[in-house]
Design a protein around this ligand. Structure first.
Ligand code: ADP
Ligand code: ASP
Ligand code: MG
Length: 404
Protein backbone atom coordinates (compact mmCIF):
# COMPACT_ATOMS: atom_id res chain seq x y z
CA UNK A 1 0.00 0.00 0.00
CA UNK A 2 1.03 3.59 -0.52
CA UNK A 3 1.96 6.60 1.50
CA UNK A 4 -0.41 8.35 3.89
CA UNK A 5 0.36 11.87 5.10
CA UNK A 6 -1.20 12.74 8.45
CA UNK A 7 -1.08 16.16 10.11
CA UNK A 8 -1.77 16.74 13.79
CA UNK A 9 -2.56 20.28 14.96
CA UNK A 10 -1.45 21.99 18.17
CA UNK A 11 -4.28 20.79 20.42
CA UNK A 12 -3.64 17.20 19.32
CA UNK A 13 -0.06 17.35 20.66
CA UNK A 14 -0.66 19.74 23.57
CA UNK A 15 0.62 17.43 26.34
CA UNK A 16 2.36 14.10 26.98
CA UNK A 17 -0.84 12.00 27.03
CA UNK A 18 -1.99 13.45 23.72
CA UNK A 19 1.41 12.94 22.10
CA UNK A 20 1.31 9.28 23.16
CA UNK A 21 -2.26 8.90 21.84
CA UNK A 22 -1.14 10.34 18.50
CA UNK A 23 1.84 7.96 18.48
CA UNK A 24 -0.50 4.99 18.98
CA UNK A 25 -2.80 6.15 16.23
CA UNK A 26 0.10 6.50 13.80
CA UNK A 27 1.41 3.01 14.61
CA UNK A 28 -2.09 1.59 14.20
CA UNK A 29 -2.40 3.08 10.70
CA UNK A 30 1.12 1.86 9.85
CA UNK A 31 0.16 -1.67 11.00
CA UNK A 32 -2.49 -1.73 8.24
CA UNK A 33 0.37 -1.63 5.74
CA UNK A 34 0.76 2.07 5.02
CA UNK A 35 3.95 4.10 4.82
CA UNK A 36 3.52 6.98 7.22
CA UNK A 37 4.62 10.59 6.86
CA UNK A 38 3.41 12.75 9.73
CA UNK A 39 3.41 16.55 10.00
CA UNK A 40 2.99 18.17 13.40
CA UNK A 41 2.35 21.69 14.66
CA UNK A 42 3.83 23.26 17.77
CA UNK A 43 1.99 22.35 21.01
CA UNK A 44 -1.15 24.52 21.42
CA UNK A 45 -0.28 28.04 22.57
CA UNK A 46 3.47 27.66 21.92
CA UNK A 47 3.61 29.85 18.81
CA UNK A 48 1.79 32.67 20.64
CA UNK A 49 4.14 32.24 23.59
CA UNK A 50 7.16 32.56 21.30
CA UNK A 51 5.72 35.67 19.65
CA UNK A 52 5.26 37.20 23.11
CA UNK A 53 8.91 36.42 23.91
CA UNK A 54 9.97 38.29 20.77
CA UNK A 55 7.81 41.29 21.71
CA UNK A 56 9.45 41.23 25.15
CA UNK A 57 12.89 41.98 23.77
CA UNK A 58 12.15 44.13 20.72
CA UNK A 59 9.42 46.50 19.55
CA UNK A 60 9.83 45.53 15.92
CA UNK A 61 11.76 42.26 15.71
CA UNK A 62 12.97 41.47 12.18
CA UNK A 63 10.95 38.83 10.37
CA UNK A 64 14.03 36.73 9.82
CA UNK A 65 14.64 36.38 13.55
CA UNK A 66 10.93 35.88 14.27
CA UNK A 67 10.99 32.91 11.90
CA UNK A 68 14.12 31.53 13.53
CA UNK A 69 12.27 31.63 16.85
CA UNK A 70 8.83 30.43 15.72
CA UNK A 71 10.22 27.39 13.94
CA UNK A 72 11.42 26.03 17.29
CA UNK A 73 7.81 25.36 18.37
CA UNK A 74 7.35 22.65 15.76
CA UNK A 75 10.73 21.12 16.66
CA UNK A 76 9.43 20.43 20.16
CA UNK A 77 6.54 18.41 18.76
CA UNK A 78 8.46 16.39 16.16
CA UNK A 79 11.13 15.24 18.60
CA UNK A 80 8.63 14.34 21.34
CA UNK A 81 6.42 12.45 18.92
CA UNK A 82 9.37 10.48 17.55
CA UNK A 83 10.43 9.60 21.11
CA UNK A 84 6.91 8.43 21.97
CA UNK A 85 6.70 6.23 18.86
CA UNK A 86 10.10 4.70 19.55
CA UNK A 87 9.07 4.10 23.16
CA UNK A 88 5.98 2.22 21.98
CA UNK A 89 8.21 -0.13 19.99
CA UNK A 90 7.84 1.61 16.62
CA UNK A 91 10.52 3.23 14.50
CA UNK A 92 10.38 6.96 13.91
CA UNK A 93 12.67 9.77 12.86
CA UNK A 94 11.97 13.50 13.12
CA UNK A 95 13.08 15.95 10.41
CA UNK A 96 13.04 19.73 10.13
CA UNK A 97 12.08 21.41 6.86
CA UNK A 98 15.76 22.04 6.15
CA UNK A 99 16.55 18.35 6.56
CA UNK A 100 13.73 17.38 4.21
CA UNK A 101 14.38 20.15 1.72
CA UNK A 102 11.16 22.17 1.84
CA UNK A 103 12.14 25.21 -0.24
CA UNK A 104 10.19 28.44 -0.02
CA UNK A 105 10.38 31.98 -1.38
CA UNK A 106 12.05 34.71 0.68
CA UNK A 107 8.99 36.30 2.28
CA UNK A 108 9.51 35.70 5.98
CA UNK A 109 6.43 34.93 8.13
CA UNK A 110 4.28 34.17 5.09
CA UNK A 111 6.56 32.22 2.81
CA UNK A 112 5.20 30.10 -0.02
CA UNK A 113 6.46 26.59 -0.66
CA UNK A 114 8.20 26.38 -4.04
CA UNK A 115 9.60 22.87 -4.02
CA UNK A 116 9.70 19.78 -1.82
CA UNK A 117 12.55 17.27 -2.09
CA UNK A 118 11.37 13.71 -1.59
CA UNK A 119 14.69 11.78 -1.43
CA UNK A 120 15.34 11.90 2.30
CA UNK A 121 11.75 11.03 3.18
CA UNK A 122 11.65 8.13 0.71
CA UNK A 123 14.99 6.82 2.07
CA UNK A 124 13.64 6.80 5.60
CA UNK A 125 10.34 5.23 4.54
CA UNK A 126 12.32 2.46 2.86
CA UNK A 127 13.80 1.70 6.29
CA UNK A 128 10.25 1.32 7.69
CA UNK A 129 10.55 4.52 9.66
CA UNK A 130 7.61 6.74 10.45
CA UNK A 131 8.85 10.07 9.11
CA UNK A 132 7.85 13.02 11.27
CA UNK A 133 8.21 16.43 9.64
CA UNK A 134 8.02 19.86 11.29
CA UNK A 135 5.04 21.78 9.93
CA UNK A 136 4.83 25.53 9.23
CA UNK A 137 8.52 25.95 8.31
CA UNK A 138 10.72 26.00 5.23
CA UNK A 139 14.07 27.27 4.03
CA UNK A 140 14.68 30.00 1.48
CA UNK A 141 17.30 30.26 -1.26
CA UNK A 142 19.93 31.24 1.33
CA UNK A 143 19.03 28.31 3.60
CA UNK A 144 17.48 30.70 6.12
CA UNK A 145 14.45 29.44 8.04
CA UNK A 146 11.09 30.79 6.90
CA UNK A 147 7.55 30.19 8.19
CA UNK A 148 4.38 29.81 6.16
CA UNK A 149 1.94 32.06 8.04
CA UNK A 150 -0.26 31.17 11.02
CA UNK A 151 -1.91 27.81 10.58
CA UNK A 152 0.67 26.86 7.94
CA UNK A 153 1.26 23.26 9.05
CA UNK A 154 -1.77 22.20 6.99
CA UNK A 155 0.08 23.50 3.95
CA UNK A 156 3.22 21.52 4.78
CA UNK A 157 1.08 18.38 4.92
CA UNK A 158 -0.67 18.93 1.59
CA UNK A 159 2.61 19.93 -0.11
CA UNK A 160 4.23 16.70 1.12
CA UNK A 161 1.22 14.64 0.02
CA UNK A 162 1.50 16.17 -3.46
CA UNK A 163 5.29 15.71 -3.71
CA UNK A 164 5.14 12.10 -2.49
CA UNK A 165 2.07 11.26 -4.53
CA UNK A 166 0.40 10.06 -1.33
CA UNK A 167 -2.86 8.10 -1.33
CA UNK A 168 -4.40 10.44 1.22
CA UNK A 169 -3.75 13.56 3.25
CA UNK A 170 -5.45 13.46 6.64
CA UNK A 171 -5.68 16.64 8.72
CA UNK A 172 -6.36 15.74 12.36
CA UNK A 173 -7.71 18.61 14.42
CA UNK A 174 -9.86 19.42 17.45
CA UNK A 175 -13.23 19.33 15.65
CA UNK A 176 -14.82 16.46 13.69
CA UNK A 177 -14.44 18.07 10.27
CA UNK A 178 -15.51 21.11 8.29
CA UNK A 179 -18.87 22.39 9.53
CA UNK A 180 -21.50 24.66 8.01
CA UNK A 181 -20.16 27.32 10.44
CA UNK A 182 -17.59 27.38 13.24
CA UNK A 183 -19.05 24.80 15.67
CA UNK A 184 -17.70 26.85 18.57
CA UNK A 185 -20.06 29.67 17.61
CA UNK A 186 -23.02 27.77 16.22
CA UNK A 187 -23.97 24.75 18.36
CA UNK A 188 -26.28 23.31 15.68
CA UNK A 189 -23.71 23.62 12.86
CA UNK A 190 -23.66 20.47 10.71
CA UNK A 191 -20.59 18.52 9.71
CA UNK A 192 -20.21 18.36 5.93
CA UNK A 193 -19.43 14.97 4.43
CA UNK A 194 -17.62 16.68 1.61
CA UNK A 195 -16.90 20.13 0.25
CA UNK A 196 -15.39 21.24 -3.08
CA UNK A 197 -11.95 22.85 -3.26
CA UNK A 198 -13.55 26.07 -4.50
CA UNK A 199 -16.01 26.31 -1.63
CA UNK A 200 -13.32 25.43 0.91
CA UNK A 201 -11.00 28.03 -0.63
CA UNK A 202 -13.69 30.63 -0.16
CA UNK A 203 -14.50 29.51 3.41
CA UNK A 204 -10.80 29.55 4.36
CA UNK A 205 -10.11 32.92 2.78
CA UNK A 206 -13.16 34.38 4.54
CA UNK A 207 -11.99 33.29 7.99
CA UNK A 208 -12.74 29.58 8.58
CA UNK A 209 -9.36 28.70 10.03
CA UNK A 210 -9.99 24.93 10.06
CA UNK A 211 -7.72 24.74 6.98
CA UNK A 212 -4.90 27.08 5.98
CA UNK A 213 -5.90 28.80 2.72
CA UNK A 214 -2.71 27.84 0.90
CA UNK A 215 -3.21 24.14 1.76
CA UNK A 216 -6.52 24.17 -0.11
CA UNK A 217 -4.89 25.95 -3.08
CA UNK A 218 -2.23 23.26 -3.26
CA UNK A 219 -4.83 20.51 -2.78
CA UNK A 220 -6.75 21.86 -5.75
CA UNK A 221 -3.66 22.40 -7.91
CA UNK A 222 -2.28 18.90 -7.36
CA UNK A 223 -5.62 17.19 -6.88
CA UNK A 224 -4.89 15.91 -3.36
CA UNK A 225 -8.06 14.88 -1.53
CA UNK A 226 -7.90 16.24 2.04
CA UNK A 227 -9.68 14.42 4.87
CA UNK A 228 -10.30 16.79 7.81
CA UNK A 229 -11.12 14.80 10.96
CA UNK A 230 -10.81 14.70 14.75
CA UNK A 231 -7.73 13.41 16.51
CA UNK A 232 -9.91 12.56 19.52
CA UNK A 233 -12.25 10.01 17.91
CA UNK A 234 -12.52 7.63 14.94
CA UNK A 235 -15.41 9.40 13.18
CA UNK A 236 -15.12 10.07 9.49
CA UNK A 237 -14.66 13.78 8.91
CA UNK A 238 -14.99 15.93 5.79
CA UNK A 239 -13.41 15.22 2.41
CA UNK A 240 -12.26 18.30 0.52
CA UNK A 241 -12.02 17.42 -3.16
CA UNK A 242 -12.84 18.28 -6.76
CA UNK A 243 -15.34 16.68 -9.10
CA UNK A 244 -19.08 16.51 -8.56
CA UNK A 245 -20.17 16.39 -4.96
CA UNK A 246 -23.24 15.19 -3.11
CA UNK A 247 -23.64 18.48 -1.28
CA UNK A 248 -23.65 20.35 -4.56
CA UNK A 249 -26.96 21.85 -5.48
CA UNK A 250 -27.08 23.55 -2.11
CA UNK A 251 -27.19 27.28 -2.69
CA UNK A 252 -25.26 28.08 0.47
CA UNK A 253 -22.93 25.50 2.08
CA UNK A 254 -21.53 27.53 4.93
CA UNK A 255 -21.15 30.73 6.91
CA UNK A 256 -17.64 32.04 7.65
CA UNK A 257 -16.61 34.84 9.97
CA UNK A 258 -13.44 36.81 10.56
CA UNK A 259 -12.87 39.06 13.55
CA UNK A 260 -9.27 39.83 12.63
CA UNK A 261 -10.12 42.83 10.48
CA UNK A 262 -10.00 46.60 10.93
CA UNK A 263 -11.86 49.29 9.03
CA UNK A 264 -10.26 52.58 8.03
CA UNK A 265 -12.13 55.61 6.76
CA UNK A 266 -10.61 58.63 5.03
CA UNK A 267 -13.15 61.44 5.26
CA UNK A 268 -13.97 64.07 2.72
CA UNK A 269 -11.44 63.50 -0.01
CA UNK A 270 -11.87 65.08 -3.42
CA UNK A 271 -13.98 62.97 -5.74
CA UNK A 272 -11.58 63.14 -8.68
CA UNK A 273 -9.86 60.71 -11.01
CA UNK A 274 -6.60 59.38 -9.59
CA UNK A 275 -7.33 59.82 -5.88
CA UNK A 276 -8.13 56.17 -5.17
CA UNK A 277 -5.14 55.12 -7.28
CA UNK A 278 -2.86 57.32 -5.13
CA UNK A 279 -4.15 55.97 -1.82
CA UNK A 280 -4.06 52.29 -2.71
CA UNK A 281 -0.72 52.51 -4.49
CA UNK A 282 0.84 53.91 -1.29
CA UNK A 283 -0.77 51.16 0.79
CA UNK A 284 0.48 48.49 -1.61
CA UNK A 285 3.97 49.97 -1.49
CA UNK A 286 3.91 49.61 2.29
CA UNK A 287 2.90 45.94 1.91
CA UNK A 288 -0.64 46.41 3.25
CA UNK A 289 -3.20 44.04 1.80
CA UNK A 290 -6.50 45.84 1.31
CA UNK A 291 -9.65 43.72 1.27
CA UNK A 292 -13.00 45.52 0.87
CA UNK A 293 -13.28 49.08 -0.42
CA UNK A 294 -16.32 51.37 -0.38
CA UNK A 295 -16.62 54.98 -1.53
CA UNK A 296 -19.58 57.02 -0.35
CA UNK A 297 -21.66 59.09 -2.79
CA UNK A 298 -20.04 62.38 -3.60
CA UNK A 299 -21.37 65.50 -1.84
CA UNK A 300 -20.10 68.92 -2.96
CA UNK A 301 -17.29 67.15 -4.80
CA UNK A 302 -16.11 65.33 -1.65
CA UNK A 303 -16.48 61.68 -0.68
CA UNK A 304 -15.47 59.25 2.11
CA UNK A 305 -13.37 56.20 1.29
CA UNK A 306 -13.53 53.20 3.64
CA UNK A 307 -11.54 50.00 3.40
CA UNK A 308 -10.69 46.95 5.48
CA UNK A 309 -7.33 45.37 6.23
CA UNK A 310 -5.98 42.60 8.47
CA UNK A 311 -5.89 43.78 12.08
CA UNK A 312 -2.11 43.20 12.06
CA UNK A 313 -1.72 45.78 9.28
CA UNK A 314 -4.16 48.35 10.71
CA UNK A 315 -1.69 50.65 12.45
CA UNK A 316 0.59 50.70 9.42
CA UNK A 317 -2.40 51.44 7.15
CA UNK A 318 -3.41 54.28 9.48
CA UNK A 319 0.12 55.71 9.42
CA UNK A 320 0.35 55.52 5.63
CA UNK A 321 -3.01 57.21 5.03
CA UNK A 322 -2.53 59.81 7.77
CA UNK A 323 0.76 60.79 6.14
CA UNK A 324 -1.20 61.45 2.91
CA UNK A 325 -3.87 63.66 4.45
CA UNK A 326 -2.38 66.95 3.28
CA UNK A 327 -1.76 65.69 -0.22
CA UNK A 328 -5.34 64.39 -0.40
CA UNK A 329 -6.85 67.42 1.29
CA UNK A 330 -8.68 64.95 3.51
CA UNK A 331 -10.47 65.91 6.71
CA UNK A 332 -9.52 62.93 8.88
CA UNK A 333 -8.54 59.25 9.01
CA UNK A 334 -10.35 56.95 11.42
CA UNK A 335 -9.41 53.42 12.41
CA UNK A 336 -11.90 50.97 13.91
CA UNK A 337 -10.58 47.66 15.27
CA UNK A 338 -13.96 46.36 16.39
CA UNK A 339 -15.38 45.15 13.13
CA UNK A 340 -16.02 41.65 11.79
CA UNK A 341 -16.66 40.14 8.41
CA UNK A 342 -19.48 37.63 8.05
CA UNK A 343 -19.88 35.77 4.77
CA UNK A 344 -22.01 33.12 3.13
CA UNK A 345 -20.41 30.68 0.68
CA UNK A 346 -21.86 28.35 -1.95
CA UNK A 347 -21.38 27.52 -5.62
CA UNK A 348 -25.17 27.36 -6.09
CA UNK A 349 -25.34 31.13 -5.68
CA UNK A 350 -24.18 31.71 -9.25
CA UNK A 351 -27.46 30.54 -10.73
CA UNK A 352 -29.85 31.58 -7.96
CA UNK A 353 -31.02 35.19 -7.73
CA UNK A 354 -32.26 36.54 -4.42
CA UNK A 355 -29.56 35.10 -2.18
CA UNK A 356 -28.17 38.51 -1.26
CA UNK A 357 -31.63 39.88 -0.47
CA UNK A 358 -32.32 36.89 1.78
CA UNK A 359 -29.01 37.44 3.58
CA UNK A 360 -29.58 41.17 4.14
CA UNK A 361 -33.20 40.63 5.23
CA UNK A 362 -32.04 38.09 7.79
CA UNK A 363 -29.53 40.53 9.25
CA UNK A 364 -32.02 43.40 9.15
CA UNK A 365 -34.61 41.37 11.07
CA UNK A 366 -31.98 41.02 13.82
CA UNK A 367 -31.27 44.79 13.62
CA UNK A 368 -27.69 44.11 12.59
CA UNK A 369 -26.31 47.05 10.63
CA UNK A 370 -24.35 46.24 7.46
CA UNK A 371 -21.49 48.68 6.91
CA UNK A 372 -19.87 47.21 3.81
CA UNK A 373 -20.74 44.56 1.25
CA UNK A 374 -18.72 42.63 -1.29
CA UNK A 375 -19.53 39.71 -3.53
CA UNK A 376 -17.77 37.07 -5.59
CA UNK A 377 -19.30 34.36 -7.79
CA UNK A 378 -19.65 32.05 -4.83
CA UNK A 379 -19.76 34.27 -1.76
CA UNK A 380 -21.31 37.38 -0.26
CA UNK A 381 -19.53 39.20 2.56
CA UNK A 382 -20.68 41.90 4.94
CA UNK A 383 -18.79 44.01 7.46
CA UNK A 384 -20.63 44.48 10.74
CA UNK A 385 -19.86 45.42 14.34
CA UNK A 386 -17.74 42.83 16.17
CA UNK A 387 -20.37 42.69 18.93
CA UNK A 388 -22.94 41.31 16.48
CA UNK A 389 -20.83 38.55 15.01
CA UNK A 390 -22.19 35.57 16.95
CA UNK A 391 -25.78 36.61 16.36
CA UNK A 392 -25.12 37.25 12.68
CA UNK A 393 -23.50 33.86 12.05
CA UNK A 394 -26.29 32.02 13.89
CA UNK A 395 -28.98 34.04 12.08
CA UNK A 396 -27.56 33.33 8.62
CA UNK A 397 -27.15 29.67 9.54
CA UNK A 398 -30.88 29.59 10.38
CA UNK A 399 -31.99 31.72 7.41
CA UNK A 400 -30.32 29.37 4.91
CA UNK A 401 -31.43 26.26 6.78
CA UNK A 402 -27.92 24.90 7.09
CA UNK A 403 -28.75 22.63 10.01
CA UNK A 404 -30.49 20.25 7.58
P1 ADP B 1 -5.27 22.95 14.49
O1 ADP B 1 -4.51 23.47 15.65
O2 ADP B 1 -5.62 21.51 14.61
O3 ADP B 1 -4.65 23.31 13.17
P2 ADP B 1 -7.15 25.15 14.20
O4 ADP B 1 -7.47 25.84 15.49
O5 ADP B 1 -6.20 25.78 13.29
O6 ADP B 1 -6.71 23.66 14.57
O7 ADP B 1 -8.50 24.87 13.37
C1 ADP B 1 -9.57 24.21 13.98
C2 ADP B 1 -10.60 25.25 14.46
O8 ADP B 1 -11.19 25.87 13.33
C3 ADP B 1 -11.76 24.67 15.21
O9 ADP B 1 -11.47 24.50 16.57
C4 ADP B 1 -12.89 25.67 14.94
O10 ADP B 1 -13.11 26.53 16.02
C5 ADP B 1 -12.37 26.52 13.78
N1 ADP B 1 -13.33 26.63 12.67
C6 ADP B 1 -13.70 27.80 12.08
N2 ADP B 1 -14.61 27.58 11.13
C7 ADP B 1 -14.83 26.25 11.09
C8 ADP B 1 -15.68 25.42 10.30
N3 ADP B 1 -16.48 25.91 9.34
N4 ADP B 1 -15.65 24.07 10.53
C9 ADP B 1 -14.85 23.56 11.49
N5 ADP B 1 -14.04 24.31 12.28
C10 ADP B 1 -14.02 25.64 12.09
N1 ASP C 1 2.21 26.59 15.02
C1 ASP C 1 1.78 27.43 13.94
C2 ASP C 1 0.65 28.34 14.39
O1 ASP C 1 0.27 28.32 15.55
C3 ASP C 1 1.40 26.64 12.70
C4 ASP C 1 0.18 25.74 12.84
O2 ASP C 1 -0.30 25.51 13.94
O3 ASP C 1 -0.28 25.25 11.80
O4 ASP C 1 0.16 29.11 13.61
MG1 MG D 1 -4.70 25.08 12.05
Amino acid sequence: MGIIVQKYGGTSVADATRVRNVAERILYTQSKGHQMVVVVSAPAGKTDELLALAKGVAKNPTSREVDMLLATGEQISISLLAMAINDLGGKAISLTAAQVGIKTDNIHQRAKIKEVASTRILDELAKDQVVIVAGFQGINSQNDITTLGRGGSDTTAVALAAALNADMCEIFTDVDGVYTADPRLVPNARKLKEISYDEMLEMASLGAKVLHLRSVELGKKYNVPIHVRSSFNENLGTIVRGGSLMEQGKIVVGVAHDTKISKLTISRVEDQPGIAAKIFAKLAEAGVNVDMIVQSASKEGLADISFTVNKEDAILAEEVTTAMMKELNAQKVERDDHKAKVSIVGTGMISNPGVAAKMFNGLAAEKINIEMISTSDISISTVISENDVERAVQTLHDVFNLEQ
